[in-house]
Design a protein. Structure first.
Length: 100
């Protein structure tokens, strides 16, 4: 089973060709991420946006990545990263700044 997952991840990595000018490479994962962990959100800080914790995919398994503060950008709002299902695969959508 694990060998099949590794082969599938490798094949997905080869097929995940980023668009011209894109720095993000997306690899499909055949296993849905676990439920998010409870993480206390600290009080707001002026000039900073909170990026909540999430499950990251490392070395063939999920590992929790703790939340962190990110310096705000004027005229933008922070959109946290999240896992999105596309067919039987799960893909990580990176957090990014979106115009307000």
């Amino acid at each position: 089973m694990q060998k099949k997952l590794l082969v599938a991840a490798f094949a997905a990595a080869l097929l995940a060709v980023p668009a011209a000018g894109s720095a993000q490479v997306s690899v499909g994962v055949a296993i849905a991420p676990p439920a998010p962990r409870y993480e206390a959100v600290p009080p707001p800080r002026a000039g900073w946006a909170w990026d909540p914790g999430h499950w990251g995919w490392y070395g063939g398994h999920y590992a929790w990545v703790r939340g962190r503060w990110i310096a705000e950008r004027a005229g933008y709002r922070w959109v946290p990263g999240h896992w999105a299902a596309r067919g039987p695969q799960w893909y990580w959508v990176r957090g990014h700044w979106a115009p307000v």
